[in-house]
Structures are given as structure tokens and as C-alpha cells.
Design a protein around this ligand. Structure first.
Ligand SMILES: Cc1ncc(COP(=O)(O)O)c(C=O)c1O
Length: 400
């Protein structure tokens, strides 16, 4: 049963919002912790977290308080002037990532664009190899702006918008021989996600990342790691590359960074910090005081509440419970991922049906294609939240 409010909003949405999203018939009006509430007050257990965004849970009181304080004080000035939250956030991000400088954007795609622009100018002005290549991986996702899209090696995203930006080449993921064969003096950079998110939750092996680092050093190329989805604590470390013990030259981050407030950042170190000069890149909103205050609060909460440890521990528990489900005969081919970035590959093309039926039972999951479920809950979830979600998933899989 829908309500009058729901129906009125659905009608407005249908009439006035560009239909590029497949909407579910659910109207959320409030969020708290790991739960979203519809207009009737019904609670949904959120194992999607706004697509790996609301890492500290919905409307965390500390985040809300800091945002309100900052909104009363100063929201925006332009990047012509100094502001305290931006400088302090840049410092904190460099400390937790091992990078040396930050550039702030409004989204993940823009953070990746920045990495691509640095690689292109690095090839032109530093390496002086105008015939350069930027290597990427098959099945990748880096965003929908034209540069990031040209690096997104999935035909369904790229084909309608051809011709794309030239200079990108896709490699098969985790194929170390192909990686070695692809590098040459004209390689400007390699851009990769340590765990491919939109591609279906596929981990890039530590060996592959280490070899990419070694080859970048050998051929004077930049290692650009896209941590937009896997970063900010999701895998149990601040950034997923930290599991492999490699240090990239450039890191793109967004999503969890603002805990729901739109902000992205491109972090960099070494030669990558020297490529762009004043006036060569910029954005009106990037790094505004409100967005940076949100990100500073998110970092503080992750530290105070030990959410990296929680993501690792509860993530391991979640994967163990999913393996139990598989062992008990549920149609699960594989459980994969790290921490609270988990993919469940099903043996039948029922992922969308599972998603729908779970939603009817007030559990929010996500389907990638026909066979993969993506589970990326807030990092605050507990073992008992996992038990609740597994009970619903078990019932749904039995029905399908
Ligand atoms: C790995 C990765 N990179 C980039 C993006 C693009 O981020 P945004 O949607 O904020 O532009 C995404 C979004 O899903 C992503 O998962």
C-alpha cells in the first residue's frame, strides 16, 4: 500500500526528473545509523549505504552537529581564499594516505579526471612522449564524465558516447604477464581500482599492485589508484592499496569521504605534485568549508569509533555467514571482496529479483547485472545487523 505523499512524489519525479535512474517505488524520508525510514515510518536495514557512501551511518549526530555549526558560520568563499577546513582536511588526508598534496573536487569522477589530466600533462611536459598511453583494466569504472568514461572499460557505459578520449588501453585484470608486456617508455600511467566495484566486486591481487608499482618506477609512469568505492575504511584500512603495502603516486577518493555530503579528493605525492601550475585546473565548489567540515568529522568518527577495525571484523563475519549460506545449498557460486565491500555471485540470473524481494522485506541490497549482489553497508554495522540481513537473504533465496 502506498500513501498519498508517496504517490504525489512519484508523479512529480516521473514528470520532471530525467529518467536516467531505475527508481524503486520507495520514498525515504529519514535515516539513522544503519537504517532508512520510509514515509510510513517503516525501517529498512541499509546494506547499500547510498552506494558505499554513508560509512559512518545515516545522520551521525557528530557529523550533523559539525555541519550545522559550519553552515551557520561559513559555507562558501571560492578557491581564491584560504579557509581553515580545507587546509586541515588536506593535512589529515595526506597523513592517512601517505600522499603529500590534495586537490578537492565534488565527486569521484572529477577526482579521477584530475588524475587523468595530471597523467596527460606529465606525458606531454615531463616525459615528452606525446604518443603516450594510460593503461586501465577491463571491467573498470571511473565515472561518467568524458575523461573518466574513456577509462571505464565497459561497453555498456562507453558505447553510446563514442568517440571517446584517445590514449587509453584496457588490460585483463590480474594478468601479470599482460601487465609486463603492456608497459613501455610511452606509458604515462596505469589507473586501477584495487577492488573493482561497479564491475562486480573483483579484487586486484596484492602481487598485481606491487608489480604495477615496480613497472611504474622502471618506466617513469604514474600509479593512479581509484579508491572512490574501496577507500575510506571500507576494506578495513583507510585505503585498499594499504593492504598490499604499495604507495601510489595519485589516489582518487570520494563517496565515503563526505559521509553523504558531496566531496571528492585527488591526493598525490612526488613528481605528480609538480605537474600542474596555477590556473591549469580548478573548480568552483571543490573543497568548500561545508564539504571539508563534513569530511573532517567523518575522519574523526571513524577514528573514535574504531570503524576500520569494525569493518574488518564484521566484514569477516559477513563473509563467513555468506559462506555458511552457500554451504547449506543456497544458489551462491562465490563470495568475494574485503572487509565490508562484498560481492555474492549467484548460480542463476536472479540478482535483480533477489534485490526486489529483499527490498520488500526491508533489506536494501544492490544487484550488479543479473548474477551479482553487492553488499556495501555502513561501517558501523554489528554482527546482529548481519544476522538480520542473512536471515532475510536466506528466505529470499529460498523463494527465488
Ligand atoms: C571506483 C569508482 N570510481 C569513480 C566513481 C565515480 O564517482 P561519482 O559517481 O561520485 O562521480 C565511482 C562511482 O561509483 C566508482 O565506484
Amino acid at each position: 500500500m502506498t500513501t498519498l505523499l508517496h504517490d504525489a512524489i512519484a508523479e512529480l519525479d516521473q514528470r520532471y526528473v530525467l529518467p536516467v535512474y531505475r527508481r524503486q517505488p520507495v520514498l525515504f524520508v529519514r535515516g539513522a545509523g544503519a537504517r532508512l525510514y520510509d514515509e510510513q515510518g517503516d525501517a529498512y536495514l541499509d546494506f547499500l549505504a547510498g552506494i558505499a557512501v554513508c560509512n559512518v551511518g545515516h545522520c551521525h549526530p557528530q557529523l550533523v552537529e559539525r555541519l550545522c555549526e559550519q553552515a551557520h558560520t561559513l559555507m562558501h568563499t571560492s578557491n581564491f581564499f584560504l579557509t581553515e577546513p580545507q587546509a586541515r582536511l588536506a593535512q589529515r588526508l595526506c597523513e592517512i594516505s601517505g600522499m603529500e598534496k590534495a586537490f578537492f573536487s565534488n565527486s569521484g569522477a572529477e577526482a579521477c579526471e584530475m588524475g587523468i589530466k595530471i597523467a596527460r600533462k606529465f606525458a606531454n611536459a615531463v616525459k615528452k612522449t606525446p604518443e603516450y598511453e594510460i593503461l586501465t583494466l577491463e571491467g573498470s569504472f571511473h565515472g561518467r564524465t568524458m575523461g573518466a568514461l574513456s577509462a571505464t572499460m565497459q561497453p555498456k557505459y562507453q558505447d553510446p558516447f563514442k568517440p571517446l578520449l584517445p590514449g587509453f588501453r584496457a588490460l585483463p585484470r590480474n594478468d601479470i604477464d599482460a601487465l609486463r608486456n603492456a608497459f613501455s617508455d610511452s606509458t604515462a600511467a596505469i589507473l586501477l581500482e584495487p577492488i573493482q566495484g561497479e564491475g562486480g566486486i573483483y579484487s586486484i591481487s596484492d602481487e598485481y599492485l606491487k608489480e604495477a608499482r615496480r613497472l611504474c618506477d622502471r618506466y617513469n609512469a604514474l600509479l593512479i589508484v581509484d579508491e572512490v568505492q574501496a577507500g575510506f575504511g571500507r576494506t578495513g584500512r583507510w585505503f585498499a592499496y594499504q593492504h598490499a603495502g604499495v604507495l601510489p603516486d595519485i589516489v582518487a577518493t570520494a563517496k565515503g569521504l563526505g559521509g553523504g555530503f558531496p566531496i571528492g579528493a585527488c591526493l598525490m605525492r612526488g613528481v605528480a605534485t609538480e605537474v600542474l601550475q596555477a590556473g591549469e585546473h580548478g573548480t568552483t565548489y571543490g573543497g568548500n568549508p561545508l564539504a571539508c567540515t563534513a569530511a573532517l568529522a567523518v575522519i574523526e568518527i571513524i577514528e573514535q569509533e574504531h570503524l576500520l577495525e569494525n569493518a574488518a571484523r564484521v566484514g569477516a563475519y559477513l563473509q563467513a555467514r555468506l559462506h555458511q549460506l552457500q554451504a547449506s545449498g543456497a544458489p551462491i557460486r562465490e563470495v568475494r571482496g574485503r572487509g565490508l565491500m562484498v560481492g555474492v555471485e549467484l548460480t542463476q540470473p536472479i540478482a535483480r529479483t533477489v534485490f526486489q524481494k529483499a527490498l520488500e522485506r526491508r533489506l536494501i541490497l544492490n544487484a550488479i547485472g543479473e548474477t551479482i549482489l553487492r553488499i556495501v553497508p555502513p561501517l558501523i554495522i554489528t554482527e546482529s545487523d548481519v544476522d538480520e540481513a542473512i536471515a532475510i537473504l536466506e528466505a529470499v533465496l529460498r523463494e527465488c
